[in-house]
Design a binder for this molecule. Structure first.
Ligand code: PLP
Length: 358
């Protein structure tokens, strides 16, 4: 039987894959190692009883947007919520990208930027970061001049390198580009800098968008909830490209209840940041190259130990520890990325790494 043809451009594309293997210690997708607090579950079950199952949800998710606006001290009109920040990225690509338009990425970075932009038929221009994974100002300037991006993706802290973007780079981007400047802060709470401050300014930029997610710091990857803070005029435009009622009622409740436990979230973030210090130091002692991270993961290179990243990844997996193998990604030869887990998981990882390096 003959199969209908898919789009030519999709034929040349891979789908997202991060292996979901059964292991004892799963440190490959940067999720939180802890569930949300028990009180969250009780409060959520209480609230969810009030959902009108036969009715469509609040299409504009007004209550949730109000709560998020209060959290960030911005206006509800500046907040757009979606099914994970990936849907926010897709919405941006559909609104500002598309055929004949250009998206700019700074590699190595989160692979979904290029993927989502290409699916939206956007041309993707890739520029390399320097050896410390920063964006050099001269490289930035040249890229914007040459590519004239309609949309550019900054990531702070950057996945998979853990480095935050500098305020200088963000301000230069806003000054030089006439397109949208996206700052993805999926790990923003772990860093000591946020671009959200720029959105609260009196004369805030008309082109800056900052995304956040419930998937990492809020321990809610299972719910698929993310949002952005943007100039208010964009909200109307986003409504044209998203499905009506894309954000279901249960998810809106989950998000609102989660926000009541902000302090507990910050405690978890602090705990993980302490672990980051301990684990980074221990890894440096073991002789791998460790890049300083401001996120809940650590990028490390195995070449100082005369072993390939693939080999160390396999040996860790033999010890039932799963990390992300970035070895084959451009600019990341022999690099692996480990998500910080619970203290116990991290200790198991360090023991497995020590063994793997022998
Ligand atoms: C994990 C991650 C996200 C989260 O995506 P969701 O769709 O919100 O789960 C977004 N950006 C980066 C850089 C990430 O690492």
């Amino acid at each position: 039987m003959k199969r209908p043809l898919v789009r030519d451009d999709l034929n040349a594309m891979d789908s997202y894959h991060s292996p979901q293997v059964e292991v004892d210690v799963r440190l490959n997708t940067n999720e939180a190692p802890f569930p949300p607090p028990e009180e969250f579950e009780r409060a959520f079950l209480q609230e969810v009883k009030r959902v009108s199952w036969n009715r469509y949800p609040d299409r504009l998710a007004l209550s949730l947007r109000e709560d998020l606006a209060e959290l960030h001290q911005v206006e509800p009109e500046q907040v757009f919520v979606a099914n994970g920040s990936n849907e926010v990225l897709q919405t941006l690509c559909l609104t500002f990208g598309g055929y004949g338009r250009t998206a700019l990425t700074f590699e190595p970075t989160y692979a979904m930027y290029g993927q989502i932009a290409r699916v939206a038929q956007c041309r993707v221009a890739e520029v390399q970061r320097n050896e410390s994974f920063q964006i050099s100002l001269d490289v930035l300037e040249r890229a914007i001049e040459l590519e004239k991006p309609d949309l550019m993706f900054l990531c702070s802290p950057n996945n998979p390198t853990g480095t935050p973007e500098s305020l200088e780079v963000i301000e230069a981007s806003l000054g030089l580009s006439s397109g949208v400047v996206l700052v993805d802060e999926a790990y923003g709470q772990f860093a000591d800098f946020t671009a959200l401050d720029l959105l609260r300014a009196q004369n805030a930029s008309e082109s800056l968008v900052v995304t956040r997610t419930f998937s990492k710091t809020w321990s809610m990857a299972g719910v698929r909830l993310g949002y952005c803070v943007a100039p208010p005029w964009m909200f109307e435009e986003f409504q044209k490209v998203v499905m009506p009622y894309h954000l279901d009622a249960v998810k809106q409740v989950a998000g609102r209840v989660a926000l009541r436990f902000h302090d507990q979230m910050e405690t978890r973030v602090a705990q993980i940041s302490d672990e980051r210090r301990r684990v980074s130091e221990a890894m440096t002692q073991l002789g791998v190259e460790v890049w300083p991270s401001q996120a809940n993961f650590i990028l490390f290179g195995t070449s100082p130990c005369d072993l390939s990243g693939d080999e160390v990844w396999k040996r860790l997996l033999d010890s039932s520890v799963l990390v992300r193998n970035c070895s084959s990604w451009p600019g990341l030869k022999d690099c692996l990325r480990v998500t910080l887990g619970t203290q116990q998981e991290n200790t198991i990882f360090l023991e497995a790494l020590q063994e793997a390096l022998q």
